[in-house]
Design a protein around this ligand. Structure first.
Ligand code: GDP
Length: 454
């Protein structure tokens, strides 16, 4: 972090404004070399949170008008000196300004390096840093709200509260083990047992909500399945609002999985249109069918499509069986045509059935309502703490297991030093979760997935 870094903070496309962000000890000095204020003053004398209008000078020539915004450490996003240069958002102008900044002594920032510095300088913890990436990639209102709440510290506060109570237990257990003969006002066993089981339950409640939290933040992993020609691709296109999947009446057109993220009201669906389910001798197609069943098994939500215009056959019945116990909606399609399928077989097997003509319909409202109900979106509380990814989930699971184990040991009368080892292990897991005790490789891995300039 000794080096001063710089990168384009705005997107890689022409726009009204482009921002070049510089962070590090020499940020203001470097900016001052390329920016000349219209009033002739120097950025070196500018207080934090102040802006100046002027010009960018590159190779001795004026390149563009610019506004320089100065933040002084520690009151900035990264906790370091920061200068943001706003220029006209042409790709060439932005690149040229960055080049001038690099020539003046900055080095190019790595992906996520600004946020990584914010984390390393204690401006935010790891869960908050991760929520920055989630916020940027959020595609729906619910995911924005949930990620923003994480950025505000909803998960950090929850975890820190649990940590505090476990640290109290640990301090007590350690004192008791180290000075057994002293008069230490220790927690009585009941309080100890209660604190540990309470922590375990709190962690468990976070884990119970993991799937729905993921669905709301990252989008609902949804598989569209059904035998060939029932209208899966047509449904996908209706949802996606454009011709993404190939729609034809030749069976087996969609031979692998086509994926698409679509916004449906406040929800985001990560849709997979799969190969039609049928017995086939075509080697490629049969791999597609296998993948379709695998996708059906792993997806959070299944849209099982049936053709109301054709009698049900064994592939339909197999699909109905496969959907048992899954979060699935039967989409009974082609209701604009004569009914030839025995719909009773379908409606009796699924909790939710939607009757639709994917080809003729313009509205997806009914399907949206059914999905919301099925995934519990209506009751989902975006202000509650949510585990946002697999890394956080693993730390939380491990910590919970250690707490339950410590609880069992305490009740069984196992020595307190053994119990303390378990409590300390739970603490370590939670410290890794928030990044207070994170392995540098994990940290690097997290930030490498960010975009440059963030
Ligand atoms: P898939 O193999 O399940 O993906 O089926 P497609 O989406 O490719 O559709 C197969 C055929 O059924 C195409 O000719 C579609 O135009 C037609 N189709 C799809 N949905 C409807 C519908 O609601 N009504 C009618 N009449 N035809 C439909």
């Amino acid at each position: 972090m000794e080096k001063t870094i710089a990168a384009v903070a705005t997107g890689n496309a022409a726009g009204g404004i482009g921002v070049i962000r510089i962070s590090g000890e020499k940020a203001i000095e470097i900016a001052d070399k390329v920016f000349k204020a219209a009033d002739g003053s120097s950025l070196l004398n500018l207080d934090g949170y102040r802006a100046k209008f002027g010009n960018i000078v590159s190779d001795g020539r004026m390149l563009d008008n610019a506004v320089a915004l100065v933040f002084r450490a520690p009151k900035s996003y990264t906790g370091e000196n920061v200068c943001e240069l706003s220029v006209h958002g042409g790709l060439f102008i932005v690149e040229k300004t960055l080049e001038a900044v690099l020539n003046a002594g900055a080095v190019p920032a790595e992906p996520g390096e600004f946020t990584k510095r914010a984390f390393l300088n204690g401006k935010m913890d790891l869960t908050q840093a991760e929520s920055v990436a989630d916020l940027i990639s959020a595609q729906g209102e619910t995911s924005v709200q949930a990620s923003f709440n994480a950025l505000q510290g909803s998960l950090s506060n929850k975890i820190n509260g649990i940590l505090e109570s476990l640290m109290d237990c640990s301090a007590n257990l350690a004192a008791w083990v180290d000075y057994p003969d002293e008069e230490i006002p220790d927690m009585d066993d009941t309080a100890l047992v209660e604190t540990i089981i309470h922590a375990a339950r709190e962690l468990k409640s976070l884990l119970v909500n993991y799937d729905s939290g993921q669905a709301m933040v990252q989008g609902i992993d949804t598989a569209i399945v059904g035998r060939p020609n029932v209208g899966k691709s047509t449904l996908m296109n209706l949802l996606a609002g454009k011709d993404k999947s190939i729609v034809t009446n030749i069976e087996g057109t969609t031979r692998d999985i086509v994926e698409e993220s679509v916004r449906l009201g406040s929800l985001v669906l990560r849709l997979s249109d799969t190969a039609g389910l049928r017995n086939t001798r075509d080697a490629v197609e049969s791999i597609g069918v296998e993948r379709a069943y695998a996708k059906l098994d792993e997806a959070m939500l299944v849209l099982a499509v049936f053709d109301s215009n054709r009698p049900l056959i064994k592939e339909d019945l197999k699909l109905i069986e496969h959907c048992r116990g899954k979060r699935a909606i039967a989409v009974i399609n082609k209701i604009d045509l004569t009914q030839r399928a025995d719909l009773e077989v379908i409606t009796s097997a699924f909790d939710k059935c939607i009757f639709i003509s994917a080809k003729k319909s313009k509205s997806t409202k009914e399907l949206e309502e059914a999905i919301k109900e099925l995934v519990g979106a209506a009751e989902f509380d975006t202000s509650a703490p949510i585990l946002a990814n697999q890394r956080q989930k693993v730390c939380c699971t491990n910590a919970m297991n250690y707490c339950f184990e410590a609880h069992t040991c305490l009740i069984a009368g196992v020595t307190r030093d053994a119990v303390n080892v378990l409590v300390d292990s739970a603490i370590d897991e939670l410290l890794s979760l928030t990044g207070r005790k994170a392995n540098i490789e994990i940290v690097n891995n997290i930030f490498s997935r960010f975009c440059v300039g963030k």
